[in-house]
Design a protein around this ligand. Structure first.
Ligand code: SAM
Length: 230
């Protein structure tokens, strides 16, 4: 019931009302920000992803999961809280071998699956939207030794904001396709706060990349963080 009333469900419902989901060709590049072609692509998940087991937390319509299956021959699973997003992802990319889309809360999925993954990633998805002390520990338990976690979040300093000064979530908004805004809770950490959280979960912080479109953005808009399972 919660998922049915969530802004993420509303987002998917409005997209589907505007355009019925249909089969798509996966994008040629993995994107970590909202600007195409900005920053790294799939290489930060590993040099050779062929046959590797990958998990996306909050896959939305599935573009990156499909890219990884089609262009890197990975075994890529996308999980999303909103069943309607999973419906969109399957309609777009259900025909792509190696890709699987499943509905569920990222935390519950990690806790329930018996599988381990070579890399787990989130692109404005569940990381940052679920209590980090719970989600990072669950991610760590499901990564193989030396496995990669990579996640992009809205930059905590975007548009002149300031990162959180404590470990609590703050109110943010999701803008729906019809331009209405719905409140959500978001953990707005900078790298100094992500790194110890990663460490406590058994993950070693490896890099942080700030992404900013050189012409369109006066501020960095995306923070892309990587870590490794110790
Ligand atoms: C901003 S969208 C990003 C979608 C996709 N990663 C992309 O880049 O197109 C955020 C997605 O995360 C999903 N999401 C939010 N909280 C989640 C959770 N706790 N578990 C799984 N998915 C979640 C939402 O349903 C939504 O589809």
């Amino acid at each position: 019931m919660l998922a049915q009333t969530s802004p993420w469900h509303a987002h998917a419902a409005q997209r589907l009302a505007a355009t019925a989901a249909h089969a798509l060709t996966p994008p040629a590049r993995m994107e970590w920000s909202t600007h195409r072609g900005l920053g790294p692509g799939a290489e930060i998940l590993g040099r050779n992803l062929r046959g590797k087991h990958l998990l996306e937390l909050g896959c939305g319509p599935g573009h990156n999961t499909a890219h990884l299956a089609q262009h890197h021959q990975a075994r890529a699973t996308g999980v999303d809280l909103a069943g309607l997003q999973v419906h969109r992802a399957r309609s777009h990319y259900g025909h792509i071998g190696g890709s699987t889309f499943t509905a569920g809360h990222a935390l519950h999925h990690l806790q329930a699956t018996g599988q381990t993954f070579d890399a787990i990633y989130s692109v404005f998805g569940a990381v940052g939207l679920v209590a980090p002390e719970l989600l990072l520990a669950a991610i760590s338990r499901r990564l193989v030794p030396d496995g990669v976690l990579a996640f992009s979040v809205p930059h905590p300093g975007r548009a002149g904001r300031h990162p959180s000064t404590d470990d609590q979530p703050r109110e943010d908004h999701v803008t729906l396709p019809n331009r209405t805004r719905r409140p959500i809770d978001r953990w707005e950490f900078d790298t100094h706060r992500w790194a110890p959280h990663l460490s406590r979960a058994g993950l070693l912080f490896t890099s942080a990349i700030e992404l900013r479109h050189p012409h369109l953005d006066p501020w960095p808009t995306t923070l892309l963080t990587t870590a490794r399972k110790r």
